[in-house]
Design a protein around this ligand. Structure first.
Ligand code: NI
Length: 185
């Protein structure tokens, strides 16, 4: 089932998400719905707060990038209870967008490597160093689980420049090619 995406101004995007237990009711269906929603909106990552649930569940689909990055062919993964344990020393800047902030794209500076802990949908625990585009996507998505969005990470000047767009979104005026659930204006 395709779920509507909660957009900027919805309170759930500012909540700190909770870890879930492996017996969380309906988890398999939720993950399937999140993958379907992500594919429909042509995104690469989706965090549960973006579909209205303040729980630590993230889905990532990097298969659409396979022409430029062949190592991501078929890469679709659900991350349950992801937590960043450690950051590498190097940073880079890359253009980011977010399904919850349609119409906004800005360069964001982030560490290029992270060590991530997460569980898979079978409950198996993983800890791994991650780099490249995946590391960026996972930092963007785990930010959502901490109640952050990527524009929080802009320089004061860039923040000022996107403020009007953010205010428009927060008033519930949203234009997107996928189903959204904007805040009440
Ligand atoms: Ni996002």
């Amino acid at each position: 089932m395709i779920l509507p995406i909660y957009t900027y101004g919805q309170g759930v995007l500012r909540k700190t998400s909770e870890d879930i237990t492996p017996d969380y009711s309906g988890l398999a269906q939720l993950v399937a719905d999140m993958f379907e929603t992500l594919a429909k909106s042509e995104g690469v990552g989706l965090a549960a707060p973006q579909i209205g649930k303040a729980i630590r569940v993230v889905v990532v689909d990097l298969d659409p990038l396979k022409d430029d990055e062949p190592q991501y062919a078929g890469f679709r993964r659900a991350y349950i209870n992801p937590h960043i344990l450690e950051y590498g020393d190097k940073t880079d800047s890359y253009d980011e967008g977010c399904l919850s902030l349609p119409g906004i794209n800005e360069k964001v500076k982030r560490p290029t490597t992270i060590r991530l802990a997460w569980d898979d949908t079978d409950g198996t625990h993983h800890e791994e160093w991650v780099d490249g585009f995946l590391a960026r996507v996972l930092q963007h998505e785990t930010d959502h689980l901490e109640g952050k969005v990527f524009t929080d990470r802009l320089t004061p000047l860039r923040k000022q420049l996107v403020k009007k767009k953010l205010n428009t979104l927060a008033r519930g005026h949203v234009s997107a090619a996928y189903r959204v659930k904007p805040p009440r204006g």
